[in-house]
Structures are given as structure tokens and as C-alpha cells.
Write a protein that binds this ligand. Structure first.
Ligand code: C2E
Ligand code: MG
Ligand code: MG
Ligand code: MG
Length: 278
């Protein structure tokens, strides 16, 4: 017990210093169109390079950051950093459909009254079009306080930002509540995707979620796509987008720049008119 408390206190102390010491980094995981494999955007996922402990996973520190309120400055930093990065990529790689960025918003951030102001300011300073920003909120956060949550979602929608429901299926699995939230995209949790190719009940659940989402005018992203069989099956089920190790792990901005350079050249070649005389 004692050792645990000491360790926890140390983590908290280190976390407080980490932003100033620039120990955080944003990784980017591509989100692809399942039918074509084309990259449409990325999810921003934070990483902490601890000077002694090395890489610390978000699952180890997000909860502590949330409890201590440190998630507020950290979340603000991630949002700013990710918006700036994608705005840069948009300028460098002007695809017909602008690249998008999804950023996770924790419960604590979501209940801040000035969230709207923060988001608008970041959009302004980075010059990112609001249509390129997607905010991911978990089902649990929405269900815990649904009236104020709906009000906040509606307010964010007035900025023209799209809203994603993250980890769908792991919380209250609120199928009957879904229509009440102004959500644009459902992200089906990885735990369902992992076994769709081996568990017919799970695959029936996933098909039901996709159909329901479509009937409510939402699109669907499958999280944690790891195999070609899962990819094919999800595509056949009508799921629009996928994210997972099959396509790419979350990687540094430099790796994404290389990836986009390759995809961009390849597309530019496809689009250029055939030479007339050869
Ligand atoms: P999430 O938002 O559901 O993010 C997806 C997680 O699934 C990421 O874990 C990603 O690396 C992992 N993942 C994606 N594809 C696969 C796959 O094919 N196989 C496997 N095994 N895993 C896959 P990560 O980066 O460790 O983040 C964990 C969670 O921490 C996130 O879940 C999110 O809830 C939280 N998180 C990460 N970054 C932030 C942030 O900037 N702010 C907030 N508030 N939370 C964050
Ligand atoms: Mg997420
Ligand atoms: Mg998720
Ligand atoms: Mg998750």
C-alpha cells in the first residue's frame, strides 16, 4: 500500500513538470477508407518520454492526469500541437479532401466551461479549418452527465467541428440513447473488432451497430483492425473507415510525412493527364 502511494505521488510530481520540460510527444495513427485504403486523417495519441522510466503509456498516466486536473493543460497542449501539425500537412499535401485530425477529449476537459473558447482560439492560431478537426468523446463521459453533455456537444457543433463517440460498446452500450447525441461518427471499440472473424455473435453485434449508426445518419470507424480478414469483413458490413495495426501503429510526425509524400506522389501520378505525344 505504502509503496504504491509513494509511486503514485512520484508520478504526479513528475507529471506536473513534464509539460514544461517538453517530455510529451504526439503520435499519429492513420484512419483509412476501408474500401480503398486511402488515408483520410489521423488520431492524435499522446506519449510521455519519462527521463528515467522511458516511454510511459497513456493508460498509465491519463487517469492520474484526470484526477489531478493536469489533463487540462496537457489536453490543451495536445490539441494545439495536433492542429498545428495537420494544418502544416494540409499545406504541404493539398489532397482534394483535406486531411483530418481527431483529438481525445477527457471527461474533465469536456466539463470545462471555456472548452469552446480554447478550441476556437486554437483553430484561429493554427489556421485549421474547423471541418478538419474531430473531437473524440467516450460514451461513458456522455452518459454520466447527459444533459450538460448534450449542450456542450451542440455548442461545439456550432463551430462546425465533427464529434466522434469513442470506444463505443464498452460503456453503457446505450443503443437506445444514441439518437439523443449530436454525434457524427461512431468508433466501435477494439474489443469487438478483435474477434469478429472468429466469434459469430460479435460479428452480429458489429453489423447491428453499423446498421443502427447508418440509420441515425452516422458513419462508422472500426478501431483495432489487425488482420486482412477483419478488414474485408468490416468492408462487406458497410463500415466506412478503419484504424489499426494492419494499416499503421501510431507513429511520429516525421514517419507520417514520409508516408504522405509516397501517397501524394502516387496520387499525383494517377491524376496527371497522359502525355499526348511520346
Ligand atoms: P483510444 O482513444 O481508444 O485510442 C486507441 C488506442 O488503441 C490507442 O492506444 C492505440 O494505440 C490503440 N490501437 C490502435 N489500433 C490498434 C490495434 O490494431 N491493436 C492494438 N492492440 N491497439 C491498437 P494508446 O495510444 O495506448 O492510448 C490509449 C488510450 O489513452 C486512448 O484510447 C485514449 O483513451 C487515451 N489517450 C491517448 N492520448 C490521449 C490524449 O491526448 N488525451 C486524452 N484525454 N486521452 C488520450
Ligand atoms: Mg480515441
Ligand atoms: Mg477508442
Ligand atoms: Mg480506448
Amino acid at each position: 500500500m505504502h509503496a504504491h502511494a509513494v509511486e503514485r505521488l512520484q508520478l504526479e510530481t513528475d507529471l506536473r513538470r513534464a509539460i514544461d520540460r517538453q517530455e510529451f510527444q504526439v503520435r499519429y495513427q492513420p484512419i483509412v477508407v476501408l474500401a480503398t485504403g486511402a488515408i483520410v486523417g489521423f488520431e492524435a495519441l499522446v506519449r510521455w518520454h519519462h527521463p528515467q522510466r522511458g516511454l510511459v503509456a497513456p493508460t498509465e498516466f491519463i487517469a492520474v492526469a484526470e484526477e489531478t486536473g493536469l489533463i487540462v493543460p496537457l489536453g490543451h497542449w495536445v490539441l494545439q500541437e495536433a492542429c498545428q501539425q495537420v494544418a502544416n500537412w494540409q499545406v504541404r499535401f493539398p489532397f482534394c479532401q483535406p486531411l483530418t485530425i481527431s483529438v481525445n477529449i477527457s471527461g474533465r476537459q469536456f466539463s470545462q466551461t471555456d472548452l469552446m473558447t480554447q478550441v476556437s482560439q486554437i483553430l484561429q492560431t493554427t489556421q485549421l479549418a474547423p471541418g478538419s478537426l474531430k473531437l473524440e468523446i467516450t460514451e461513458t463521459v456522455l452518459m454520466e452527465n447527459s444533459e450538460p453533455a448534450i449542450a456542450m456537444l451542440l455548442a461545439l457543433k456550432t463551430l462546425n467541428i465533427q464529434l466522434y463517440m469513442d470506444d463505443f460498446g464498452t460503456g453503457y452500450s446505450s443503443l437506445s440513447y444514441l439518437h439523443r447525441f449530436p454525434i457524427d461518427v461512431l468508433k466501435i471499440d477494439r474489443s469487438f473488432i478483435t474477434t469478429i472473424d472468429t466469434n459469430s455473435k460479435n460479428s452480429a453485434i458489429v453489423q447491428t451497430i453499423i446498421t443502427l449508426a447508418h440509420n441515425l445518419g452516422m458513419q462508422v470507424i472500426a478501431e483495432g483492425v489487425e488482420t486482412a480478414v477483419q478488414h474485408t469483413q468490416l468492408n462487406q458490413m458497410g463500415c466506412e473507415y478503419g484504424q489499426g495495426y494492419l494499416f499503421s501503429k501510431p507513429v511520429s510526425a516525421a514517419v507520417i510525412t514520409t508516408l504522405l509524400t509516397q501517397q501524394y506522389h502516387c496520387r499525383a501520378r494517377q491524376l496527371s493527364p497522359h502525355p499526348q505525344h511520346q
